[in-house]
Design a protein around this ligand. Structure first.
Ligand SMILES: [Zn+2]
Ligand SMILES: [Zn+2]
Length: 456
């Protein structure tokens, strides 16, 4: 008789997954005696060589068989894997070999028209590029349509539902900073998507993509429309036979899940982040959990009874700043026969426990105001007259004292020391050294939060 591994091998040779035109929900059965695990990482951006190496180091920690427990391991990728078609194929081949099943929803970087396969011509527009990406997925057995995972009587049923989306500038409802606090950046020049994407087939008279930095609602509508048949099928099946929904998109559904403008260096980011139509679809679905990507600021929180998670790797510079946590600690194990507890993410914690959002506040954080004063000397006068350059920022910990929780919860060694704090819910890069948990600081936000969540 064939054992599970042999069966898997035969199956992988015959992997048949639906084309993105399919409206149906595909059933995937967790093999008998196996436990379902779902790992999550977004924004891998493997166009950076170091990111691909990091991914491979994490994969070295993956074992489907631990202490006699057999796992059925799934990976959820909410977009921005890379732009190059050859690299996309290579990395997806690695990932489909490492995991039993892989689920993918495209991001803006997959829609860039460049990055054609060697010896072929570039995609003529972003829709053709996404077709090429989806063709690679289908050939490798990567799911890009809704799947129902049947994990057996005890472990229940989970729907994995991709929600296509794109940003539109009207999603940003936070008032802009006053004119004298606006850095002189030209958004049309700054946003690479405006140069790298091409939407000719969708252009109508009032279609806007990039002019003056604006994006009209058209793309958001176009992609949201594709989700409708999927949403209907998933809700019908759920009503009939039960199960929890785990939906995933690349773009951000809600304002509460991004940094406020007073904390954001690039004031244009909220205008290229999210979709209102996506949020409306999520409200209708009411998933147990919605996973998103794109903003590169990790987030894990509950809003109106839905858990929202963003777990990005991001670019090299971000890995030494805003995505430190993910970079040090690895992929998130979101589901292991049950949902992971909420993970500590800096900004979700800040707004959930320390300070309510103050949208429209012009009280710039010191790292923003000092950054502007350095980059744009012409702004100095306005910043000074608004008393935004009074903080003392030349201490040993740089800007750490101004981040939530002060220097003790943000200094250089803090993140490294806490990389392994919740390693039970990670696929860490191989070689991660375990540190004592909880740490020696009784006021540690991360340790206290993590202990609290574990106890629930
Ligand atoms: Zn993105
Ligand atoms: Zn601690």
């Amino acid at each position: 008789m064939l054992d599970f591994d042999e069966l898997e091998e035969i199956e992988s040779q015959l992997r048949q997954v639906p084309d993105v035109t399919c409206d149906e929900v595909t059933d995937v059965k967790v093999p008998l005696g196996h436990q379902l695990r779902i790992f999550l990482i977004s924004d891998l951006h493997v166009d950076y060589k170091q990111n691909k190496e990091w991914m491979n180091r994490c994969l070295q920690s993956l074992s489907h068989d631990v202490d006699g427990n057999k796992f059925f391991d799934c990976l959820l990728l909410p977009g921005d894997l890379c732009t190059s078609e050859d690299l996309f194929e290579e990395v997806m081949t690695t990932l489909t070999t490492a995991f039993h099943k892989v689920f993918f929803c495209f991001g803006n970087h997959e829609a860039w028209t460049r990055g054609e396969k060697k010896g072929t011509s570039p995609a003529k527009d972003s829709l053709e590029k996404l077709e090429r990406i989806h063709e690679i997925c289908r050939n490798l057995g990567v799911y890009t349509t809704p799947v129902r995972i049947l994990a057996g009587k005890k472990n229940g049923t989970i729907f994995l539902l991709p929600l296509w989306s794109w940003y539109h500038s009207s999603w940003d409802t936070e008032p802009d900073l006053p004119a004298d606090l606006q850095p002189p950046m030209d958004p049309q020049q700054r946003v690479s998507d405006f140069r790298m994407c091409c939407w000719t087939p969708l252009e109508s008279s009032d279609f806007v993509f990039g002019r003056g930095g604006a994006t009209s609602l058209h793309l958001a509508q176009y992609f949201a429309q594709r989700n409708e048949a999927w949403i209907q099928k998933v809700l019908e099946l759920q009503a009939l036979e039960g199960g929890e929904i785990l939906s995933y998109s690349h773009f951000c559904p809600r304002q509460e899940l991004i940094l406020e403008k007073r904390f954001t260096y690039d004031q244009h980011v909220p205008k290229i982040s999210g979709s209102q139509l996506l949020e409306e679809q999520i409200r209708r679905l009411h998933p147990t959990c919605h996973v998103f990507g794109h903003t590169h600021v990790g987030w894990d929180t509950s809003l109106d009874g839905i858990r929202y998670v963003h777990w990005p790797l991001g670019n090299i510079k971000e890995q030494h700043g805003q995505t430190k946590m993910q970079h040090y600690s690895g992929f998130l194990l979101l589901y292991d026969s049950g949902w992971s507890p909420l993970q500590f993410t800096h900004w979700a914690y800040f707004h959930d426990f320390m300070e309510k959002r103050q949208e429209g506040s012009a009280d710039l954080a010191p790292w923003v105001s000092f950054g502007y004063a350095t980059m744009y000397p012409e702004m100095r006068q306005a910043l000074e007259s608004r008393h935004l350059l009074q903080a003392k920022v030349d201490g040993p910990d740089g800007m750490s004292p101004f981040f939530p929780g002060g220097a003790l919860n943000n200094n250089g060694g803090f993140w490294l020391r806490h990389a392994s704090a919740n390693v039970r819910w990670r696929l860490p890069p191989k070689g991660l050294e375990l540190a004592a948990f909880p740490c020696e600081n009784p006021g540690c936000l991360l340790c206290n939060f993590t202990q609290d969540q574990e106890g629930k």
